[in-house]
Write a protein that binds this ligand. Structure first.
Ligand SMILES: [Zn+2]
Length: 183
């Protein structure tokens, strides 16, 4: 189901369109994807939430072949993502967005930011970013094995696929992640 409504842009106060799509994702549940784009000032955000009972959980996906790159990724704006190779971790922040994608798409989205680091950074940072960029490309083509870890204290995120392990987070672990989020 898809719907559109006008809401006030939190940045410029003009009215713009908010799109919402409800999707039933197998092994995850009823999910609401919201995306907002302000045509007046360019501000955008998106997020996913599940409308089912949710519990903080951690997912680990082993990527051993190109087929594993199709592992589905439901990532909310409060999800912590760690990739083992290249070593990249994404902490939720004000600019965090929610997406429904797959591991290939997740890596794809990291290419841009890594490129800008390589472009803007000092000599040392530049070298490191270039190595990461090369590994990102190899990972995206299924040429190197790696692990993706995703944890969300609010349970709005998941990895769904064959080589995925899921476990619920303890109250203590949830508290720790919430603190990092500033709650
Ligand atoms: Zn605006």
């Amino acid at each position: 189901m898809r719907s559109e409504m006008k809401i006030e842009c939190p940045v410029c106060r003009e009215n713009s369109g908010l799109f919402q799509v409800t999707e039933n994702i197998p092994h995850f549940g009823q999910t609401l994807l919201s995306s907002f784009y302000c045509k007046h000032c360019g501000y955008r955000f998106s997020d996913v939430i599940t409308t089912e009972i949710k519990q903080g959980a951690e997912f680990k996906a082993e990527v051993r072949s190109a087929a594993d790159l199709n592992t589905r990724v439901v990532k909310s704006s409060t999800a912590f993502v760690e990739i083992s190779r290249p070593e990249i971790s994404v902490q939720p922040g004000p600019a965090s967005i929610g997406v429904i994608t797959n591991i290939e798409g997740l890596l794809e989205a990291m290419i841009g930011p890594t490129k800008s680091v390589a472009f803007e950074g000092g000599e040392k940072i530049k070298k490191l970013a270039e190595i990461k960029l090369k590994q990102l490309m190899e990972a995206k083509e299924g040429k190197i094995p790696f692990r993706v870890k995703l944890s969300d204290p609010f349970g709005n995120s998941a990895l769904i696929g064959k080589n995925v392990k899921k476990r619920f987070l303890s109250k203590k672990e949830i508290r720790k992640l919430e603190e990092k989020l500033g709650f």
